[in-house]
Each structure stands twice: as structure tokens, then as C-alpha cells.
Design a protein around this ligand. Structure first.
Ligand code: 13P
Length: 308
């Protein structure tokens, strides 16, 4: 980690405060406002230090109930994104609303699918292929959400096929992983995340990891109002990054965004996003309220002073 800070500080010195890597540019507005406080020091959040611009995305699940409501919600959310918003924003929405929401939000945020079928065509009644989505301009999808693992009985192998199919189509995937309450209480968080991560990403090369985002979503926190503490989230995200390092090396581990999901709210977002390895949020219930989600998107950054 120290090495990375040193490398980044060198980059700051040589690029006059604007840092980019080949995966994700940092927000110039964030850097310029923070660097104006002193000519000899810049103040960067940890996530920025590692060139992982935060990504906050809603997952509407089976909501809202009508197209009219979806239009209102999408309009409200898009209106809350400004040049000063400190993150990339996304919305994973039900298939029937995808095209309409996409037209409403334009390029303010990415719109993605909540799942895909890992087949391109054929006799798969009810299936939705990534090729179909891509032809509509959709380039993101979730895979491995715990609700699909439990309700739809999606296995790690099936989830892996979804991830590989998305990558084959040059699309982006948010791979969701996380333990149940029982596993949490038995101190099995690390092993569960490791299995889901390794099986979900099996066969995916380092070169394709720029299309992968990980979302840590403890099942016990989803829809329960029991958000993980920032300390728990940080400790698990650190473990996830260590597993990614073992799989793909330090550089890719540091560049991969790891989001937290599970009862994220306007009240909890600032504390979570202040943690160095929490690179954003996957938000369910709170993304159905434009005002509340607007506050989450515009979370307050906690700066880490760095002398240069
Ligand atoms: P909640 O934010 O409603 O807990 O849902 C989290 C989630 O499952 C996002 O994918």
C-alpha cells in the first residue's frame, strides 16, 4: 500500500494535480477543490488515492410498480446528479423499464440489467441475452445477487457463466457476493467471500478485470435496516482485495472497485464511503426515493491529508 501512495504522489507531482489511470479517471473537480486549500499539500480521499472513483448504483429489484412511477423516479434521480457529485452513478432497473429510463437519464448515469441469461439465443423461454441488451445500448448487468442465488437457485457455476458471457460481449458486470447471518455468526465471512469470488471469476483473465466490479452484500444486511458498520465493511473489503491480489496481483486488486450493499441510507453512506476500501455502494430500498438516493449519491467525502 505504501508503495502505491508513493507512486501516486509522484504522479500528482508530475501531472499538476490531475491523476488518471488506464481504467478510470479521477474526478478533476474533486482534486482541484481539495488542492486549493494549500499550495504545499493536497487532500485526497483514500479511494481517490488508489484511483478508484467511487461508484454508487441503485438496484430497483421488482420496483416500482408502474412505468409512470419509474419515469418520475428516474427523472428525480438524474436531477440530483451534478458536476460536483463525487461518484459515477448507475441504476439497475427491471427489464420493462430499461429503455425508457435510459432515454430519461441520458449520459448522466449508466443503466444496467439486474440479471442476464448466459446464452445468446435459442430455446430459453423468458431469457434475456447480453447481446440483446447490448443492441439496446445497455452495457452493465448484475450477477450473483443473493436474491437470485436463493430465490432463483442460481449456482456459482451459473453466475460464473453470466460473468463470462458479459465479458465476452465486452460488457461490465457487478458480481455480488456475501455471507448469510449464520455464516457471519460462525465467522465464515472470509471463506464464503473467497469461494464466491473465486468461483464467480473463474476463467476471467486479468486483462478483463477492468470490466468487473465487486459488490459485498452481506445477506443479513439486505432489506433489514441492519447496515454493516463501516469497520465491518472495511475489514471484509480488505479481505476481498487480498483475495483479488492473490488471484490477479496487486495492481488489479488496487484498481478493482469493491462496493458495499445492504441497507445503505442517507444516514450511513458517509461513514461507509470514508473507509479506504469501500469504493461505492449498491443501494436497494433507498434508491426508490429520489431525494434520499440523491443524498447518497452526493455523499460527503472525508479527506485524508497527504503532504507532498
Ligand atoms: P437494501 O439497500 O434494500 O438493503 O438492498 C441492498 C441490495 O440488495 C442491493 O443490491
Amino acid at each position: 500500500m505504501k508503495l502505491s501512495i508513493a507512486a501516486l504522489l509522484l504522479a500528482i507531482g508530475s501531472t499538476n494535480g490531475f491523476v488518471a489511470n488506464n481504467k478510470q479517471s479521477l474526478s478533476p473537480s474533486l482534486l482541484s477543490s481539495s488542492s486549493s486549500s494549500s499550495s504545499s499539500s493536497v487532500r485526497l480521499g483514500w479511494t481517490e488515492l488508489f484511483a478508484r472513483k467511487p461508484f454508487i448504483t441503485g438496484n430497483w429489484k421488482l420496483n416500482p410498480q408502474t412505468k409512470t412511477e419509474a419515469i418520475d423516479l428516474a427523472r428525480g434521480i438524474a436531477a440530483s446528479i451534478t458536476d460536483k457529485s463525487p461518484c459515477d452513478v448507475g441504476l439497475f432497473v427491471p427489464f420493462p423499464f430499461i429503455e425508457t429510463v435510459q432515454q430519461i437519464v441520458g449520459d448522466k448515469l449508466v443503466v444496467g440489467a439486474e440479471m442476464i441469461t448466459p446464452e445468446v439465443k435459442g430455446a430459453f423461454t423468458g431469457g434475456i441475452s447480453p447481446v440483446m441488451l447490448k443492441s439496446m445500448g445497455i452495457e452493465w448487468a448484475l450477477a450473483g445477487h443473493s436474491e437470485r442465488r436463493t430465490i432463483n437457485k442460481e449456482t456459482d457455476e451459473y453466475i460464473n457463466a453470466q460473468c463470462r458471457m458479459l465479458i465476452e460481449q465486452e460488457m461490465n458486470v457487478v458480481l455480488c457476493i456475501g455471507e448469510t447471518l449464520e455464516e457471519f455468526e460462525k465467522d465464515l465471512v472470509g471463506p464464503v467471500c473467497e469461494i464466491q469470488l473465486k468461483k464467480g471469476l473463474a476463467g476471467i483473465d486479468a486483462d478483463d478485470m477492468d470490466k468487473v466490479t465487486i459488490a459485498y452484500e452481506p445477506v443479513w444486511a439486505i432489506g433489514t435496516g441492519k447496515v454493516a458498520t463501516p469497520e465491518i465493511a472495511q475489514s471484509v473489503h480488505q479481505k476481498i482485495r487480498a483475495i483479488l491480489q492473490e488471484m490477479y496481483g496487486a495492481e488489479i486488486a488496487e484498481e478493482t472497485r469493491v462496493l458495499y450493499g445492504g441497507s445503505v441510507s442517507p444516514e450511513s453512506v458517509d461513514g461507509l464511503l470514508a473507509k479506504p476500501d469501500v469504493d461505492g455502494a449498491l443501494v436497494g430500498g433507498a434508491s426508490l426515493n429520489a431525494k434520499g438516493f440523491g443524498r447518497i449519491i452526493n455523499f460527503q467525502t472525508v479527506d485524508t491529508p497527504v503532504e507532498v
